[in-house]
Design a binder for this molecule. Structure first.
Ligand code: GCU
Length: 342
């Protein structure tokens, strides 16, 4: 799998070199700039559907100059590798989980905090507010990218091969895959399990070969990624709502004319609205399939003990990154407006 990915990556880079060499010709196909977007989901996932809508839109509006190509399923590498490719401009866009972005820019740490949002409504309202996101999304030019929109990735919950998780005590002694982020590793430690960070594409094999006992993610991981074929308990402890972020190579965006940029900005909004419209139905369908076809048992534990165990993380992150305090406070206003269970 890894070799195949590397090969795919080499092919893409070679292809890019050929295309770049072909740029600057006069007229014809050579003048069409290919825009590459990489992500790690399947073609049936809401994220892919939204990116395909973006591709159609740009190809229709600006097809004489640009052609958008969407590469799903880690074809261009793992998420971290794709972020690096976006930084250097080898590809133009990537969808990356907010989790892994904290190692590229520490401000992203805030959205990785467990139990940051009190409800899905608070989460959506906060993420839609530029006063919450701009200081994070638009301050990474130095790193070579900026964020152009966010995508819903639901609520993250624990699921295991054969251990029902009803309280943090049940996690003790279990190796649980987490995303490659210091916050996630600390969260897992506070909950008493053993954090095993790894890329998304490696999780299925790790579960199947019992290198890990479980993982944590939204419901689509059970079905779309087949984790529910191996894991039979999914426990709604609701520990995180971590958005996916669409990142763009900064130079590419800066190189667009004003008119082109306006069209791209419309396209970014389209990605967000299409993905969000697809998300809820996709989650319902995933739950149904996991329950009825994969034989997954859904558990609904009291979330309070989980929450209590990880709350020290809020304080430690805010004292390490005091610049995040005003954003955190603003999020609390949304939490008060849309409390849990309403
Ligand atoms: C979700 C999320 C992905 C992420 C994955 C993971 O599926 O949408 O962006 O890569 O979780 O756990 O790594």
């Amino acid at each position: 799998m890894k070799k195949a990915r590397c090969l795919a990556l080499l092919l893409v880079v070679a292809l890019a070199a050929v295309l770049l060499a072909g740029c600057g010709g006069s007229g014809g196909e050579d003048d069409v700039r290919i825009i590459r977007i990489g992500h790690n989901q399947s073609t049936a996932h809401p994220t892919h559907i939204a990116l395909a809508a973006f591709a159609d839109y740009i190809n229709e509006e600006l097809g004489d100059k640009y052609r958008v190509e969407v590469y799903p399923s880690e074809l261009l590498g793992s998420q971290t590798e794709m972020v690096q490719l976006t930084q250097t401009g080898a590809i133009d866009f990537v969808v990356a989980s907010n989790s892994i972005l904290e190692t590229f820019s520490s401000n992203y740490t805030i959205f990785n905090l467990p139990y940051l949002f009190s409800s899905a409504e608070a989460y959506h309202a906060a993420m839609d507010d530029p006063n919450v996101t701009d200081a994070i999304f638009l301050t990474t030019e130095q790193a070579g990218f900026i964020a152009v929109t966010w995508l819903d990735a639901g609520t993250r919950n624990f699921y295991t091969v054969n251990t029902p998780i009803n309280s943090p005590a049940d996690l003790k002694g279990l190796k649980i895959r987490v995303q490659q982020s210091p916050t996630n590793v600390t969260m897992m430690e506070l909950l008493g399990g053993t954090a095993t960070p790894m890329g998304f594409g490696d999780v299925y094999t790790a579960l199947q070969s019992k290198i890990i006992d479980g993982a944590e993610n939204n419901e689509l991981a059970l079905t779309d990624n087949g984790h529910g074929d191996v894991c039979k308990y999914y426990s709604y402890d609701m520990h995180q709502m971590i958005p996916d972020i669409v990142l763009a190579n900064y130079e590419f965006l800066e190189g667009l004319s004003e008119e082109e940029r306006a069209i791209f900005d419309e396209g970014f909004k389209l990605i967000n609205t299409v993905q969000r419209a697809e998300w809820e139905t996709a989650v319902e369908a995933a739950k149904d399939k996991a329950l009825n076809e994969q034989g997954v048992t859904f558990l609904y534990p009291d979330t309070a003990p989980f929450q209590e165990a990880v709350m020290p993380l809020h304080e430690s992150v805010l004292s390490t990154y005091p610049q995040l305090q005003p954003i955190y406070d603003l999020i609390q206003e949304y939490n008060a407006m849309y409390p849990s269970g309403e």
